[in-house]
Design a binder for this molecule. Sequence first.
Ligand SMILES: Nc1ncnc2c1ncn2[C@@H]1O[C@H](COP(=O)(O)OP(=O)(O)OP(=O)(O)O)[C@@H](O)[C@H]1O
Ligand SMILES: [Mg+2]
Length: 111
Amino acid sequence: MKKIEAIIRPFKLDDVRNALGDKIHGMSVMEMKGFGRQRGHSEVYRGAEYKIDFVPKIRLEIICKDEEAENLIAIICESARTGKIGDGKIFLSDVQDIIRIRTGERGEAVI
Ligand SMILES: Nc1ncnc2c1ncn2[C@@H]1O[C@H](COP(=O)(O)OP(=O)(O)OP(=O)(O)O)[C@@H](O)[C@H]1O
Ligand SMILES: [Mg+2]
């Protein structure tokens, strides 16, 4: 199982969600702030260049089966991209186990 953490532009959330459609089984969405290589400078947010270090972003967290990950990453890249600096990043990692609290089930069946 894999965890896809995608940091995207807030206004791209609906596009990404729609593009993923029913290919995902669940998703967590968090509002956050951060900076990348430009340290927040020279990024445009809502028409104005951001003068502070932190730029508002959305963080998506999706847990999926190993074989689903690359397709989901491709969909996120395509739907979140503007081509300008600050489009975001995707972090991919392994997930050791999943537990459904209600039933105590574990593993891939819980996805
Ligand atoms: N090395 C990192 N560690 C943790 N979070 C990061 C890292 N790099 C980027 N992020 C997160 O991703 C968000 C978007 O980063 P950003 O798209 O600016 O990356 P970048 O590497 O600067 O690429 P670009 O040149 O396209 O802007 C940041 O606001 C931050 O939340
Ligand atoms: Mg950047």
